[in-house]
Write a protein that binds this ligand. Structure first.
Ligand code: GLC
Length: 714
């Protein structure tokens, strides 16, 4: 940070009482009528550093009141004008994938493989949220996850570290823009640090077991990318890793986050996590909780008041040194200055025209949806008679997805509305699968049946793990029934997680994986079904055959027998009763044309380790031809395989992708520059290394591509 900020921070700290300092570390939630007066008194005494602008432990699951800018301005005025040091309060809210305009769930945005569009979505989001007086949002959520039972898989980048890195950069850039002190920005918060997505069995809040080798190579890169992109806050996660709660872990919060990743901002706890150290069995009372967390490097306490109620005592007893408190205050004040909070503490609400944001939301949603199967039925012709059936035909709220606390279901067009707007030949039959009447004349007259299927948003999000990852039995019955009718049938699946595709995809002629895609989800489905947009999403997660095959992710290490086990080129049997090959692999997605790939060509077959380290690169490229008669985008993906290394390396690692629009009949040359940063890995001590030897380089449509060349590091 600049010297001038440092000076201002030190001057403030020098004049603060211990109580006020601890106040800066205190983040209560929005007061209710019952505690309003007490709350205001605390603000005036300088005992509140930040406010979580919502109510409840799982804010993403509950409707939250609309933000009253006047109310927060009034609170801010108390802090600035009445509190002893006049330090403005930092207002934080969960603005996870859109504000009033809702963009697709982050997992879906990852499927767009279009970081620029993701940045644009978060730019729009920041403009809307900042206009409501929000300074800080608890996103990007960067928890890699291999267990789709976990409800929070919707919030993250999926199963791949490189996609996590790209999402981290894109989201931080969109939120913070070029100048964080600008009023139309939001402070980003990389969460949940660390290993929350590895909670055993997908059971929310539970333990994780992650070796340091795995941590550095899978779980940390996205956080490192967020830090490098300028994220100044990090939220610690609820889980423990191998018996160490992150909330009180110096290893994770200081040694790794600060010393290895170079994080300079402040860490906020998750909701009530500090006092939960008692339940986790590492503290006896709240004073011990507060001391353990702050000593580990956790700067701000969310909601439970554990710091404000206990840290003075802990300083007096010697359990915490005042220097530790000062350091936490220093970090928080530095971020407040960097965010421009002292220059513009109050919000001035303007009327925002969201028209353009909604256009972007429709585009983002369309780019995120993944076409999984198409027996020639799509795109639909507007002259065709379409029977639109299924439980999601009239659905609005689920289209928005979980963690949309400011989006409004009643403002969200449903599929029936958007489809009918596009064509006069759409007939909504019945949304209740069991009551579907196949003698209905509109079905008899239909050329195509479109089934709107999926899972409710209430099966996703925080504290909403499921034990099976499929659509309901009713919906499967509906698919079977539709088949007996002898029509071409298209399934549109609105969902928040990888769904086990067995018994779903086989009986459909086309399948569009539409996710919970936000305010314009229905518009985007309509655009794709009628061919206004050629689908271009690719899976950022594996879709398994059955739930019992999870965990199933592409970047596994090989096993000794058979060589690549279930996900590589030589699938072998892991179970005697079924083969756990992916139903649809990572990176998969098709469109309304075909692409033909040339063999990959590299500009050199060998490179010395020292040249590589010095900044030389290896360029590898392919020519991709659109052989069909529709202009469409292809996501060209580059994977590597380090064939022999001192540690086992994954059978494939994504190291680059480019989404390119290739007009029909045309070819595009797509190249990637492989750098030192792409070709190595971290050892268990967190040190990065590139080893000499051969690296297989694969460029193709998805992680199963065999389109290979080889380079050698000498
Ligand atoms: C939580 C979540 C976190 C969220 C916070 C504030 O329980 O785990 O993601 O940002 O509360 O609502």
């Amino acid at each position: 940070m600049s010297d001038s900020i440092n000076k201002k921070v030190e001057k403030l700290i020098a004049g603060m009482s211990l109580r006020e300092k601890i106040g800066q570390l205190n983040q209560p939630e929005t007061p209710t009528a019952d505690n309003l007066e007490e709350f205001k008194a605390a603000v005036a005494k300088g005992e509140i550093g930040s406010i979580l602008m919502s109510v409840g432990a799982t804010a993403g699951n509950d409707a939250q009141g609309e933000i009253s800018v006047d109310f927060y301005n009034e609170i801010q005025r108390l802090a600035v004008e009445k509190s002893p040091s006049g330090i403005p309060i930092l207002f934080g809210r969960d603005v996870i994938h859109g504000h009033r305009t809702v963009f697709p769930i982050p997992l879906a945005m990852a499927a767009s493989f279009d970081p620029e569009l993701v940045s644009q979505s978060y730019r729009d989001t920041a403009v809307e949220a900042a206009n409501d007086g929000i300074h800080w949002t608890f996103t990007p959520m960067l928890d890699l996850c291999h267990d789709p039972r976990w409800g929070r898989i919707i919030e993250g980048p999926g199963e791949d570290p490189y996609v996590g890195v790209c999402m981290a950069k894109a989201i931080v850039k969109g939120l913070q823009n070029a100048d964080l002190s600008d009023e139309e920005t939001l402070l980003a918060c990389a969460k949940h640090y660390i290993g929350y997505g590895a909670s055993e069995g997908g059971r929310d809040y539970h333990r994780a077991e992650i070796s340091d080798y795995t941590l550095y190579n899978y779980y940390l890169p996205a956080f490192k990318a967020a830090v490098d992109a300028g994220a100044l806050t990090v939220m610690s996660s609820f889980n423990d890793i191998s018996g160490q709660p992150i909330t009180s872990s110096k290893k994770y919060l200081t040694d790794i986050l600060r010393d290895k990743l170079g994080f300079k901002g402040f860490v906020v706890s998750d909701y009530d996590a500090v006092c939960q150290l008692i339940k986790q069995g590492v503290a006896e009372n709240n004073e011990q909780c507060a001391a353990a967390a702050v000593n580990a490097g956790l700067d701000m306490d969310m909601h439970d008041k554990c710091y404000i109620d206990n840290l003075e005592k802990a300083v007096k007893s010697g359990a915490v040194s005042e220097d530790v408190i000062d350091e936490a205050v220093r970090r928080i004040l530095t971020v407040k200055f960097a965010a421009g909070l002292f220059d513009h503490p109050y919000a001035e609400k303007k009327n925002i025209d969201r028209g353009e944001h909604l256009v972007h939301a429709r585009q983002m949603a369309a780019e995120s949806m993944v076409l999984l199967k198409n027996n020639g039925v799509l795109p639909l012709d507007k002259a065709q008679k379409i029977a639109l059936i299924g439980p999601f035909v009239h659905e609005r709220r689920s289209l928005l997805g979980s963690w949309t606390i400011d989006g409004k279901a009643e403002e969200t067009p449903n599929l029936a509305e958007r489809m009918k707007e596009a064509s006069g030949n759409v007939y909504v039959i019945n949304t209740n699968p069991l009551a579907w009447d196949s003698t209905n004349k509109n079905i008899a007259a239909a050329d195509v049946v479109v089934l709107a299927l999926g899972e409710s948003w209430t099966a996703t999000g925080e504290s909403r793990a499921v034990s099976d990852i499929t659509i309901s039995a009713d919906q499967k019955a509906l698919i079977r029934k539709a088949k007996t009718y002898g029509k071409k049938t298209v399934g549109v699946i609105f969902c928040g997680r990888p769904i086990a595709m067995e018994d779903i995809a086989e009986d459909l002629d086309a399948v569009l994986y539409a996710w919970h895609s936000g305010s314009e989800a229905a518009g985007a489905v309509t655009d794709i079904l009628f061919g206004a947009v050629a689908p271009s999403g690719r899976l950022p997660v594996t879709l398994p055959r059955k739930a019992t095959h999870i965990p199933l992710y592409y970047n596994v290490t090989p096993s000794g027998r058979p060589v690549d086990c279930y996900y590589g080129e030589n699938p072998g049997n892991c179970y005697v009763d079924s083969m756990p090959t992916p139903y649809y692999p990572f990176g998969y997605g098709i469109t309304y044309t075909e692409f033909e790939y040339s063999a990959p060509v590299s500009d050199k077959s060998r490179i010395s380790l020292s040249d590589l380290k010095g900044g030389d690169t290896v360029q590898v490229g392919v020519t991709v031809k659109n052989t069909g008669d529709v202009d469409a985008k292809e996501t060209v993906q580059l994977y590597i395989r380090d064939e022999v290394a001192s540690m086992m390396r994954p059978i494939r690692e994504l190291k680059g992708f480019k989404k390119v629009l290739i007009p029909k009949g045309k070819s595009a040359k797509v190249t990637f520059d492989l750098t030192y940063a792409d070709l190595g890995f971290y050892d268990a001590g967190g040190d990065y290394r590139v080893e000499k030897g051969k690296i297989g380089v694969f460029i193709g449509k998805n992680c199963l591509t065999q389109n290979r060349t080889e380079i050698e590091i000498i």
